[in-house]
Design a protein around this ligand. Sequence first.
Ligand code: ADP
Length: 211
Amino acid sequence: MPHRYQTILLFGAPGAGKGTQGKILGQVPGFYHLSCGEVFRTLDLTSEIGKTFMQYSSRGELVPDDVTIKMWQQNMHARTVLSDYKPSQDLLVLDGIPRNVHQAELMKKHINVLLVVHLVCPDKEEMIKRLRRRALKENRADDAKEEVIRRRWQVYEKETFPVLDFYSRQIVREVDAVGSPARVLEHILQHVVPVQESHFQNSLTDETERP
Ligand code: ADP
């Protein structure tokens, strides 16, 4: 399957810092970051899909898989057409997707997952604190209510956590999510830089081998 996007997944519980780290990584040449939650939040909330998003996210639930994957695919295609994301040059860094095993299955034909970076935080309450702080700062409806935060966590444990087993153990790396963003970034880079370098090696080889 030659047309799959070469991908790194940022994986972890709500509040683990996937968005923060993804944004930083996305600033580095050769990486392209896409947060599924962010794409949803930028939708026109009066549109059909925007309403669906609000309906589910305000309860801490996942948007149905068919809607999510279709939206993701269209979004990726648009970014590729605009040359914002260049699949032959950039490693795709996905955060917030796939969010359950079914989504992982549906995405199999679109992405080649080279690495899964699992941001691990042993202290659930610490992450819930982070979500509360973020809700205040960013005016996020889904994290403003305690019950919604708790529901988001339940959904993570029941539906999202099993996604880790969908991928080979050999490509999963655990990174401690506790610490300053710079420290967490340092650890993530240790894992992703070699993958990106070998990716580029490959694309260089591909270039020179082309007749
Ligand atoms: P952030 O990463 O910025 O915290 P989230 O990823 O938590 O944002 O997304 C917010 C909401 O968007 C989720 O609670 C869910 O309703 C919806 N959402 C985001 N990604 C997905 C996905 N892959 N599948 C289904 N719903 C999603």
